[in-house]
Design a binder for this molecule. Structure first.
Ligand code: 5AD
Ligand code: SF4
Length: 569
């Protein structure tokens, strides 16, 4: 296939960082008649791998594709435009990608007019790009993270020229505004606040694939958030590789704490943010999170390692004690904080002692959730050039040990939630049980409960009844106090052995022949006025074990009903 190369990636250019404010590109409507004609009755398919930045890019690409009339399909075997939006952060995502491109060979050979595009982070790596171009000749479009906004232009070029088009420019990057968007959810939205990363952690490919840190203008972010609120969105997540660096590259005099506060004040019911770098996290930010009820009490704070030597080799810019100090302040100031983290096991030459420091830190922090990874060398990064004598087996063993340490605190934090009522934003039918619905608490714990379609996209109250390591089970608490009391009573009675016991004993008490006979004799002696005989029989009756049991059960049942009465009050 003939090809047109606009740009190819270059890691030397990818690492350049200057201090100038990044240009903003206000994207114009560039739909041509040719594209509109092409899109008639045609479908597109997008598969996104990796992080939320890619998910948000997919939403923009969907916006552009649907703006020319293409419709979405979940079945790539009927798509005219296929996009694989890739992740380069670890090798396993890359391997899955090769599998998926390979699976499309037969389809692309049969459908010569179809467009198969590879985008996202993987094409930004020069050697991998060459491998893809060579191994999969039917891939006819490749573009990088900086070219997302040019998708329609590229599509038109490939359709018209029938040539393979490659457009992956390594550069600091720009900020794009005004791209159309089709959001994945009608009530939860991602809002980019800062693109790229300047941290250059030595294991990480992201600073090479996504350019330098570029903050969006304060006013552009607030405008997007206000539109989401006007559209009825319930939750906004502010996005960036390192949200805490927001504003440092601008001359607006605003930082992340200012932005978080301003968005919180707009009144979105739930406000989240991810990801945070401990190095940039200030007390001012913690204070804003603590001050506003609609800023969720959840922080994803990647630690990566608990050992200072490894942290230094990773280029993380903090020590384990800096990190612990920060966590302490967060826990002290933010009630019910849910804390999560990322940890890498098996960084080059990590010793047993160094790994044990990570276990110690994990035990001390008591995380509520965590993501754990085995180190994966990324070509072009400094860590990939470091000597590594640690075997795969050792890394695997450490990984399991770390997970079991983490699971202890994660289970304990789930267990502490049992019996309490939490606000849950309902996502829909549970992924692993179609009889249940699920959603997340403010502190980001996954809860499954019996619900219905009317709850989807709403914030409801759920009482936690059962805890598992990675999820909770709960029951919906109604808004209506009468309905809620009735539900509580029903639950109380359903689970109440006292009532069952009373009914069982009463049945025996009523049918027992010896008791019937005694009752008859007591009645006769009373009628005949035989006082001594009456007293003797009455005493016999009162001391009969079935009578004693009956009155005891009755008294317990009465106590129970009095308790229910108190609940109603
Ligand atoms: N190997 C393993 N994990 C990595 N991460 C980033 N780069 C690598 C790598 N080369 C992990 C980090 C980061 C998360 C998104 O992915 O923990 O926080
Ligand atoms: Fe990668 Fe570090 Fe940047 Fe996160 S902060 S994206 S781990 S370089």
């Amino acid at each position: 296939m003939k090809e047109k190369i606009l740009n190819k990636p270059d890691l030397k250019k990818a690492i350049q960082r200057d201090s100038s404010v990044s240009p903003i590109i206000y994207v114009e409507d560039n739909r041509s008649q040719k594209l509109l004609d092409f899109a008639k009755d045609k479908k597109y398919y997008i598969h996104t791998y990796g992080c939320q930045a890619n998910v948000r890019d997919e939403e923009s690409m969907r916006g552009m594709l649907e703006s020319i009339g293409l419709t979405k399909t979940e079945n790539r075997e009927e798509a005219d435009v296929i996009l694989l939006n890739t992740c380069a952060v670890r090798e396993n995502a890359e391997d899955k990608l090769y599998g998926e491109i390979g699976n499309l060979k037969g389809y692309m050979e049969k459908h010569k007019d179809a467009v198969l595009g590879i985008c996202g982070c993987v094409p930004e790596e020069p050697e991998i790009l060459e491998r893809i171009l060579k191994t999969f000749p039917y891939v006819n479009l490749v573009f990088g993270t900086h070219e997302v906004y040019r998708l329609l232009e590229f599509l038109e070029e490939v359709i018209s020229s029938k040539k393979r088009l490659i457009a992956v420019e390594s550069k600091s990057g720009e900020v794009y505004e005004g791209l159309p968007v089709i959001r994945t959810s009608k009530y939860k939205a991602f809002v980019n606040i800062i693109y790229g990363c300047n941290k250059f952690c030595t294991y990480c490919i992201v600073p090479y694939t996504r350019g330098k840190e570029r903050s969006r203008k304060f006013s552009d972010i607030l405008k997007e958030c206000q539109e989401l609120i006007d559209d009825g969105y319930q939750e906004i997540t502010l996005l960036g590789q390192n949200v805490n660096a927001y504003g440092k590259d601008l001359d607006e005099g605003k930082d992340f704490a200012d932005l978080l506060e301003a968005v919180a004040k707009l009144g979105i019911p739930r406000l989240r943010f991810t990801t945070s770098h401990p190095w940039d996290f200030t007390s001012k930010m913690i204070d804003v999170i603590a001050k506003y009820d609609n800023v969720m009490n959840f922080i994803h704070l990647p630690v990566q390692s608990g050992n200072d030597n490894v942290l230094k080799k990773m280029g993380r810019r903090y020590t384990s004690s800096d990190y612990l100090k920060l966590v302490k302040e967060m826990k002290e100031k933010i009630p019910g904080l849910g804390l999560s983290t990322d940890i890498i096991v098996g960084f080059p030459n990590e010793s047993d002692e160094e790994f044990n420091d990570t276990l110690k830190l994990v035990d001390e922090v008591e995380y509520d959730s965590a993501f754990t990874f085995i180190y994966s060398p990324r070509k072009g990064t400094p860590a990939a050039r470091m000597e590594d004598t640690i075997s795969k087996e050792t890394k695997g063993k450490r990984f399991k040990e770390l997970v079991s340490h983490l699971e202890k605190s994660i289970s304990a934090s789930s267990e502490r939630m049992v019996g309490q009522v939490y606000d849950v934003l309902v996502d829909g039918v549970s992924k692993n049980n179609e009889d249940m619905y699920s959603g997340y608490t403010e502190s980001n714990k996954l809860v499954h409960f019996k619900g219905d379609e009317s709850m989807v996209g709403k914030i409801i109250k759920v009482k936690i009844t059962e805890s598992h390591t990675y999820s909770l089970i709960g029951e919906v608490i109604s808004d209506d106090p009468i309905i809620q009391k009735a539900k509580e009573l029903k639950e109380c009675l359903k689970n109440e052995p006292v009532l069952e016991e009373y009914l069982r004993i009463k049945a025996i008490f009523e049918v027992d022949e010896s008791l019937k006979e005694l009752r008859q004799k007591i009645a006769e002696s009373k009628a005949k006025n035989e006082k001594d005989e009456y007293d003797r029989l009455k005493q016999m009756y009162d001391n009969h074990p079935l009578v004693i049991n009956y009155y005891k059960a009755k008294e317990e049942a009465m106590e129970l009903l009095k308790g229910l009465h108190d609940i109603i009050q």
